[in-house]
Design a protein. Structure first.
Length: 719
């Protein structure tokens, strides 16, 4: 042992010397200017090394790719700031400063993102003691305001079904709507209906009032549409008993319904949704730095630290993240388990989705202004940088708009915003973009497919820009808005209002492309390289904006109950006593689709009993056949008792393994596959747009024609 310690001690100076040498080498690689040919040669060498590392499976290879990307991007930014910012015309200087500022922002976010996700902790659950008497007491809070009872019921039933001692578990429906039907339901199923006389501070105030009248050692919070699995508490609470400084443990927000992007673009369960990167990678990376954010739902908190900071934060509209920041400032730790143990409903419409993101963006900007993580006491460097990146992320509105319009300054006005030849720009910029994309594809593979971030940001950019700027100026502006869940879309339509900003951007880019192509092929502009570069940039922007337009084409959604694909052992029992062993294809709160053996025919409208199995437990439900074809039938439940409704939730939504294999059939990401997918969606979006224009113009024409005919008839009658 002494010899080993001596060796380690002797090697410590050598290790620091190697690190210092690497830093010096990186510095010179970044700052040394190169001619075009030498820059191309260096780029090829780095590209080959990155491709080689991409084929390796170790995490060290990922870190090497990250280091290469940081060096190449730093070299690009150093070159941009020192060699390309000497403008001759004021207009060129104005546009150039705006563009390089946007690039500095994206570079900073890229570097912070690498730091934040360099080594995800991948924490595992800690079991609770075998003696159940040693388990702590816990209050389960289910806040609700204006959501229908049908949305809240499954969450309450799942909370009742939690595998936890009944004498240590208390369930509270925090009803800020103070609705009689909620009171009756809570009394019927035996949970607490908790109300207050006012609605101050929205959800945070609702929880804080409940804290005053409860006394559990811990509290679990679920949004009213987030249905927990029966194992939720057993998986989460063990860490609190091991780490007595642990104040909050967050679980992922998983959604069993498609969000507007997934629904309107047809990517549900094929492409990771917008939130999967945060819950799949970012939170796991935060956990390494003890910087896990509280996300308002699917989390367990220790009561004492929460009371110590004065309850859930009420100063901003993102009360959850602000609460975590306050806990971290007091020296408490937080944790993250990347295991889906609850699932809920995504927003139904694009307008609702945008409204939710506006609140998040405004709230994080409010925190940045009022409780900046870079200042104040209590945070370590890692925590400060993780919080900083989260807050800077929501300032992407202006940079995204800049990138979507930057090439137009040259195509329309001939502005040279980058003072360098097109080929030299390509020699520096393309390696920067290549390494950033290939490295992020490697790191984010399961959680964000290549080029989809640009689509999400382009849809939201125009809408979050003003709220974030206003929050920077006056953080007290704005109010909390509740995200609607459980709605329907009776007829498909194109949302002309919500899509207006990116329709304008798409029209500008189409016009810019036409002007540039005219200059290149008809007028014969001399700087053809610069024109080609800006045409390529504009083409990329049109692809992204086309996909953004497609997201505004709302698909019809008439189901009140969303279907969940899952195979569960089942049995049909007929009136004559015959039984048929089978399995489910999917289920919803209203019924089940069942796969039956070939050669069997079941008539429509036949009454049956459906058995669903969870291990050795059997749950039986009365139903009627409403759909029947070869090897598949659909059954709709008839009237269920409250106990049967509880049994159904136990056998489906609250199964411990309900969401573990959700993305097992998803194809892995590659940059080329991601680019091709976004291109197809973008082209499809533009085709849809022209189709919607034709349809709406035709409707207007028919209405005008009918109005004209009616006018003629009225005129004739009067005569």
């Amino acid at each position: 042992m002494r010899l080993s310690a001596g060796i380690v001690f002797a090697l410590a100076p050598l290790r620091w010397a190697v690190i210092a040498l690497c830093v010096v080498l990186c510095y010179f690689v970044i700052v040394v200017p190169l001619e075009f040919e030498a820059q191309v040669g260096l780029s090829i060498a780095f590209w080959l090394l990155a491709i080689f590392m991409r084929r390796q499976r170790s995490h060290i290879a990922t870190l090497v790719m990250m280091a290469l990307s940081m060096i190449v991007s730093s070299r690009y930014m150093f070159w941009r700031l020192t060699e390309t910012t000497h403008w001759e015309r004021p207009f060129d200087a104005l546009c150039g400063i705006i563009l390089v500022s946007a690039e500095c922002y994206t570079f900073l976010v890229l570097m912070l993102g690498y730091f934040q996700t360099a080594w995800p902790l991948r924490r595992k659950p800690v079991p609770l003691p075998s003696d159940r008497n040693a388990w702590p007491t816990i209050d389960v809070f289910i806040p609700t305001y204006n959501e229908p009872l049908a949305v809240v019921k499954p969450t309450v039933y799942a909370a009742i079904a939690l595998d936890y001692p009944a004498d240590k578990l208390r369930i509270h429906v925090l009803d800020d709507g103070r609705r009689p039907e909620f009171k009756a339901f809570c009394e019927q199923v035996g949970v607490n209906w908790t109300i207050r006389s006012h609605n101050r501070h929205a959800k945070a105030g609702n929880i804080n009032e409940a804290l005053k009248i409860t006394d559990g050692e811990y509290l679990a919070i679920f949004d009213c549409d987030h249905i927990p699995t029966r194992s939720f508490l057993q998986i989460t609470l063990g860490w609190f008993l091991r780490d007595h400084k642990l104040a909050m443990l967050q679980m992922p927000h998983h959604f069993f319904s498609a969000d507007p992007f997934e629904k309107n673009l047809g990517t549900f369960r094929k492409v990771p949704n917008e939130g999967e990167l945060f819950y799949g990678l970012v939170q796991d990376g935060n956990d390494l730095w003890n910087a896990t954010f509280f996300c308002g739902s699917c989390a367990v908190l220790r009561r004492a630290p929460v009371m110590e900071i004065g309850g859930i934060a009420i100063e901003t509209v993102t009360e959850d993240a602000h609460t975590a920041l306050k806990l971290h400032r007091r020296g408490y730790s937080t944790a993250y388990l990347a295991i889906a143990q609850a699932a809920g409903l995504a927003t139904e419409s694009l307008s609702g989705h945008i409204g939710q993101r506006i609140r998040w963006a405004r709230g994080m900007t409010q925190i940045f202004r009022t409780d900046n993580p870079l200042t104040g006491k209590g945070l370590n460097l890692g925590q400060r940088l993780c919080y900083l990146n989260a807050m800077l992320h929501f300032l992407y509105g202006i940079p995204r708009l800049v990138f979507l319009t930057a090439p137009l300054t040259y195509l329309f006005f001939g502005a040279h915003v980058i003072q360098a030849s097109a080929w030299l720009i390509a020699a520096y910029a393309l390696p920067h973009m290549f390494h950033a994309n290939i490295t992020n594809s490697r790191m984010q593979n399961k959680f964000r497919h290549s080029f989809w971030a640009e689509v999400y940001e382009s849809v939201l950019a125009s809408y979050i820009t003003a709220p974030t700027l206003m929050a920077l100026i006056n953080p007290k502006l704005g109010k909390f808005n509740v995200t609607a869940k459980g709605g329907r879309i009776e007829e498909g339509y194109f949302d002309w209002h919500i899509s207006r900003p990116y329709l304008i951007l798409l029209a500008l880019n189409l016009a810019g492309f036409a002007v540039g192509a005219t200059h290149l092929f008809i007028a014969g502009r001399q700087d053809s390289g610069t024109t080609l570069m800006n045409l390529a940039w504009t083409s990329y922007n049109m692809m992204i904006l086309g996909a953004s337009v497609a997201a505004a084409s709302e698909v019809r959604q008439v189901r009140d109950n969303h279907r969940v694909m899952m195979t569960i052992r089942a049995m049909l029992r007929f009136a004559n006593g015959r039984t048929l062993a089978c399995e489910t294809i999917d289920y919803s709160e209203g019924g089940v689709a069942i796969r039956i053996p070939p050669g069997i025919t079941i008539p429509l409208h036949e009454e049956v009993h459906v058995s669903l199995f969870r291990g050795d437990e059997e749950f039986v439900f009365p139903a009627v056949i409403v759909f029947s074809q070869s090897e598949r039938v659909g059954v709709r439940f008839t009237t269920l008792t409250p106990q049967q409704e509880l049994d159904f939730v136990q056998s489906t939504f609250s199964r411990a393994d309900a969401w573990t294999d959700w993305a097992k059939d998803r194809k892995p990401d590659t940059p080329l596959r991601g680019l091709w997918h976004v291109l197809r969606v973008g082209m499809g979006g533009m085709v849809q747009l022209f189709g919607h224009i034709w349809t709406d113009v035709s409707k207007i024409g028919r209405r005008t024609s009918r109005a004209s005919d009616k006018s003629k008839l009225d005129t004739g009658s009067s005569r």
